[in-house]
Design a protein around this ligand. Structure first.
Ligand SMILES: NC(=O)c1ccc[n+]([C@@H]2O[C@H](COP(=O)([O-])OP(=O)(O)OC[C@H]3O[C@@H](n4cnc5c(N)ncnc54)[C@H](O)[C@@H]3O)[C@@H](O)[C@H]2O)c1
Length: 373
C-alpha cells in the first residue's frame, strides 16, 4: 500500500497532480477536494475516489499521509497558505504548488510551522527534475565544472504582440507583480540548484507597450543581476510571452566553471558540456587558436514534453517521504521555495527603488536532525 494522498484544488494543475499520484506505485490517491463542486466531481469520478467540498471535510473523513495543495489564487499563490497550514496543523505531509505563496510573511510562517510540526513540506519546483539537470549535476559532482564562476539563465514563454490576451482572471487582474511572483520561483530555483544561495540582487523590470494599452500593468520583463554566496555572479532574464527568445529556446541555463561549462536547453531537451582547454580528454590550450574551445559533448534526451517534469518531481517527493529521509534532505523543500520567494521580493524591492542593490532576507537555519544523518 502506498502513501495515502488527497489533492486540494482540482482545476488544471490539480488534475495533473491527481493523475501523477494515481499512476505512481508509491501513492494511493484516496480523495480530491475543491470548493467548486463542478470541478471536483468529474475528477473524483475519473479516479473512483470521494469528492469533498473542503479540506476540513476531507481531513475529517480520510486517513491521509499527504495533502497535495494545488490551489492558485492571486498571483497564483494567494490561496496556498490556508490549506497548507490546515494540513500541517493536522500533522500531514504537504506538497504545495509554486510559488509557495504570494506573501513573504505567509511563506515564512508555512516553513516554520512545518518544521515545528515535523512534517515534510515540499514544493513543486519541478524544472530541475529532468535528465539534463541530472547530467549537469553529475558533471559538477565529478569535478568537471570546477569552481563555479557564473550562471546565465533565460526563461520565458514564446510570444509577441500578436499572442497577447489580457489576463482578466482573479490571479492577474490588479496584480502588477503577477508574472514576477508566479513565475520567478522557477528560474530562481534553477540558479540556486546549481550555484547555491543568492546574497545580492539588482533588478530592472519593464513591460511592452501593448500591456499598458490593454490596461494591464504587469511588469513582465525582468532583468536581474545577482551574486551568489560562493562569490559567483549570475544574470536572469525572464519574460512572460512578450517576445520570442532565440538562443536556447524558451528555457536555457549556462553555468561556467574553471574546468568546464554546461548548458541546458529547453528544460527537458538537451545538456551540452564544454570542457575547458587542457582538462582531461580536451584539447591542449597550445593547440587552440584565440577564443577556440575543445569540441563540446552534446546529450539530447529525445524528450520534448515539459509535462514529464510533473511525474518526475512528484515521484521524488513520494520517494523522500516513503524513505523517511532526514527532513533537511527532502528535495525541493518548502525552505527551497521560500528562498526563491525571498529573491523575488528582493527583486521587487530593487525595481521599486530604481535598481538599488538589495540583500534578500536570510533563510531560516537548516536544522539537521541529530537522530538521522
Ligand atoms: N509547477 C508548474 O510547472 C506549474 C504550472 C502551472 C501552474 N502551477 C501552479 O499550480 C497552481 C494551480 O494552478 P491552476 O492553474 O490549476 O489554478 P486554478 O486557480 O485554475 O485552480 C485552482 C483550484 O483550486 C480551487 N481552490 C482554491 N482554494 C481552495 C481551497 N481552499 N480548497 C479547495 N479548493 C480550492 C479552486 O476552486 C480551483 O478549482 C498555482 O499555484 C500555479 O502557480 C504550477
Amino acid at each position: 500500500m502506498g502513501l495515502r494522498v488527497g489533492v486540494v484544488g482540482t482545476r488544471g494543475i490539480g488534475q495533473r497532480h491527481a493523475e501523477c499520484h494515481a499512476a505512481n506505485e508509491l501513492a494511493d490517491l484516496v480523495a480530491v477536494c475543491d470548493v467548486i463542486k463542478a470541478r471536483v466531481e468529474p475528477v473524483a469520478k475519473k479516479h473512483g475516489v470521494p469528492a469533498y467540498a473542503s479540506l476540513k471535510e476531507m481531513l475529517a473523513n480520510e486517513d491521509l499521509d499527504i495533502v497535495d495543495v494545488c490551489t492558485g489564487g492571486p498571483e497564483n499563490g494567494g490561496w496556498h497558505y490556508e490549506p497548507v497550514m490546515e494540513a500541517i496543523d493536522a500533522g500531514k505531509h504537504v506538497l504545495v504548488e509554486k510559488p509557495i505563496s504570494n506573501d513573504i510573511e505567509e511563506a515564512r510562517e508555512m516553513v516554520a510551522y512545518a518544521q515545528e510540526k515535523d512534517v515534510y513540506l515540499g514544493c513543486n519546483l519541478n524544472h530541475y527534475f529532468t535528465e539534463p539537470a541530472r547530467l549537469a549535476r553529475q558533471y559538477m559532482e565529478e569535478g568537471k565544472v570546477g569552481e563555479i564562476l557564473y550562471c546565465l539563465h533565460r526563461m520565458g514563454f514564446v510570444g509577441g504582440a500578436a499572442t497577447y490576451s489580457p489576463g482578466g482572471g482573479p490571479n492577474a487582474k490588479g496584480f502588477p507583480y503577477f508574472h514576477v511572483k508566479a513565475f520567478l520561483a522557477h528560474p530562481f530555483s534553477i540558479m540556486r540548484y546549481f550555484c547555491g544561495d543568492i546574497t545580492h540582487v539588482q533588478a530592472f523590470m519593464n513591460r511592452p507597450s501593448y500591456r499598458v494599452a490593454a490596461g494591464d500593468p504587469m511588469v513582465s520583463i525582468n532583468s536581474i543581476h545577482v551574486r551568489f554566496e560562493s562569490g559567483a555572479v549570475g544574470y536572469l532574464f525572464s519574460q512572460r510571452g512578450d517576445a520570442t527568445m532565440g538562443l536556447g529556446g524558451w528555457w536555457s541555463v549556462e553555468v561556467g566553471g574553471t574546468r568546464g561549462s554546461f548548458c541546458v536547453e529547453n528544460c527537458v531537451e538537451k545538456c551540452t558540456f564544454f570542457p575547458a582547454p587542457g582538462t582531461e580528454g580536451a584539447a591542449d590550450p597550445g593547440k587552440l587558436g584565440l577564443g577556440q574551445a575543445p569540441p563540446p559533448v552534446v546529450h539530447s534526451t529525445g524528450v520534448t514534453d515539459f509535462g514529464t517534469t510533473f511525474p518526475n518531481r512528484i515521484h521524488a517527493y513520494l520517494e523522500d517521504v516513503t524513505n523517511k529521509v532526514p527532513r533537511h534532505r527532502i528535495r525541493s523543500s518548502g525552505r527551497d521555495a521560500l528562498a526563491t520567494l525571498e529573491y523575488t521580493f528582493a527583486a521587487i524591492e530593487s525595481y521599486e527603488s530604481g535598481g538599488e542593490l538589495v540583500r534578500p532576507a536570510a533563510l531560516p537555519t537548516l536544522r539537521h536532525d541529530p537522530r538521522l544523518q
